[in-house]
Design a protein around this ligand. Structure first.
Ligand code: PLP
Length: 389
C-alpha cells in the first residue's frame, strides 16, 4: 500500500491517547484520577435526552439537509440574539457533527501550499494538525503566561503577511484557561480593518464558561468582520453533549455553499435526533447550564489554590473554560516527562503542555471537569509526587 504523503502531516489530539492509557491502567486495577480529557462530567440535562428519545420515536432518524434542519438553525439564531446580541440569518448557520467539523472545513477552505494560517500556540492541537495537513504554513500566535495567556493585538497584527489567509482565535482558551480581554479584542479588530484579505475563525466553544467577572468577548458583534468571520460554537461543552456530535458555524453567505459541499462530501449531515435534542437545549430552561458553571467555578478555585500549594508549581489564575495550566518549569523535567510520571507514579492523568504546541512546553493541563473529591485527591497525590522528587 502507498499512503498519501499528506497523511504524514496530520497530527493528533493526545488527550485521546492519555485517556486510552489511563483506562488500560484502570482495567489493570490501578486507581486513576482522570484530569486529562476535556469534557464535562455532568449528564446531559434530562429534558434534552427526552427530546432525543421522542425524536427517534417520532421517526426522526433519517438524513436531514446538509446544513441542518431549519428549526435548529432558527433556534441557533435566537440563541445568538440572546447570548451575543446579534441577529443572524439562519441561512448563514451550518450545523455539523461537532465543533471540530467547522474547524476542519474552515482550514480546508483556506489552506493550501503558499497560504499562511495563524493559530494560537499553545492551542487546541487540531488547528496546527489540520493546517499542516492542508499544506499551508502554520504561523503560531504565542500565548504566554506573562500576558495572562492572552496576546498583544499589535504583535498579532505584525504577523500578518500578504499570504495570510486565515487567523484562528480561541477565547476562552483551551488549554490555558485564559480569556482575551475586551480592549485587546477591540484593538485587534480595529487593526484587522487594514487587512481585509484575512478571514477569521473565532472558536467560541467555551463561550458560556468564564468566572470571577471575566467576560467572554465574542467577535460576532463586530460589523467590520461580518464578511469574513466564521464563528464556531456548539453544544458539546455548554450542555454536556460531547458524544452527541453537534456544533455549528456562522459564516458569510459566500462560504455557506462551500461548507455545505464539504459536508455533503464527508459527513452528509449531523444525526437527526441530535439536531432535535439540540433545539430543546437552546429553547428549554438554562438552569442546568447555570448549575454546571457554578460548580465549575468552585472546582476552579479548588484546583488553582491546590496547585499553588505544591512547592515548585505556579498556577496562573484560570479565567474561563475548565482548565488549569500551571507551570512546572521549576521542577527540572519536561512537560512530557511530568505527564508520564504523574500517570504512572501518582495515578493522575493530565496532559503535557507541549501537546498543545511548542509554547506550551514547561506547563501541564489539568481539566477540572471532575468531582471536587477527585480534584482534592489528585492534588494530594501530585503534592506527594512532587515532594518525592
Ligand atoms: N474547540 C476547542 C477549543 C476545543 O477544546 C474543542 C474540544 O475539546 C473543540 C473545539 C471541539 O468540540 P467538539 O467536541 O464539539 O467537536
Amino acid at each position: 500500500m502507498k499512503i498519501s504523503d499528506r497523511m504524514s502531516r496530520l497530527g493528533t489530539e493526545t488527550a485521546f491517547e492519555v485517556l486510552a492509557r489511563a483506562e488500560a491502567l484502570a482495567r489493570a486495577g490501578r486507581d486513576i484520577i482522570n484530569l486529562g480529557i476535556g469534557q464535562p462530567d455532568f449528564r446531559t440535562p434530562e429534558h434534552i435526552v427526552e427530546a432525543a428519545v421522542k425524536a427517534l420515536r417520532d421517526g426522526h432518524h433519517g438524513y436531514t439537509p446538509a446544513p441542518g434542519i431549519l428549526p435548529l438553525r432558527e433556534a441557533v439564531a435566537a440563541d445568538l440574539e440572546r447570548t451575543r446580541g446579534v441577529a443572524v440569518d439562519p441561512d448563514r448557520i451550518v450545523c455539523v457533527p461537532g465543533g471540530k467539523v467547522t474547524m476542519f472545513f474552515a482550514i480546508l477552505m483556506f489552506g493550501e501550499p503558499g497560504a499562511e494560517i495563524m493559530y494560537p500556540n499553545p492551542g487546541f492541537p487540531i488547528y496546527e494538525s489540520v493546517i499542516n495537513y492542508s499544506g499551508a504554513t502554520a504561523v503560531p500566535i504565542p500565548l504566554i503566561e506573562e500576558k495572562d495567556f492572552s496576546f498583544d493585538a499589535d504583535e498579532v497584527l505584525s504577523l500578518i503577511t500578504p499570504n495570510t489567509r486565515l487567523m484562528i482565535l480561541n477565547t476562552p482558551t483551551n488549554p490555558t484557561g485564559g480569556a482575551v480581554p475586551r480592549d485587546e479584542i477591540e484593538k485587534l479588530v480595529a487593526g484587522l480593518e487594514k487587512h481585509p484579505h484575512v478571514a477569521i475563525l473565532a472558536d467560541e466553544i467555551y463561550s458560556q464558561m468564564t468566572y470571577d467577572g471575566h467576560e467572554h468577548v465574542s467577535l460576532l458583534p463586530f460589523e467590520s468582520l461580518r464578511d469574513r468571520l466564521i464563528l464556531l460554537d456548539g453544544w458539546s461543552k455548554t450542555y454536556a453533549m460531547t458524544g452527541w456530535r453537534l456544533g455549528y458555524g456562522i459564516m458569510p453567505e459566500e462560504l455557506v455553499p462551500h461548507v455545505t459541499r464539504l459536508a455533503v462530501n464527508s459527513v452528509s449531515c449531523a444525526a437527526s435526533f441530535s439536531q432535535r435534542a439540540a433545539i430543546a437545549a437552546l429553547d428549554g430552561p438554562q438552569d442546568d447550564v447555570k448549575a454546571m458553571t457554578t460548580e465549575f467555578a468552585v472546582r476552579r478555585r479548588l484546583i488553582a489554590d491546590g496547585l499553588r500549594s505544591i512547592p515548585g508549581i505556579n498556577c496562573p489564575e484560570p479565567e474561563g473554560a475548565f482548565y488549569a495550566f500551571p507551570s512546572i518549569k521549576n521542577l527540572g523535567m519536561t512537560s512530557g516527562e511530568f505527564e508520564e510520571r504523574a500517570l504512572s507514579e501518582a495515578g493522575v492523568a493530565l496532559l503535557s503542555g507541549a501537546a498543545f504546541g511548542e509554547y506550551g512546553e514547561g506547563y501541564i493541563r489539568l481539566s477540572y471537569a471532575n468531582s471536587q473529591e477527585n480534584i482534592k485527591k489528585a492534588i494530594d497525590r501530585l503534592d506527594k509526587f512532587v515532594r518525592s522528587l
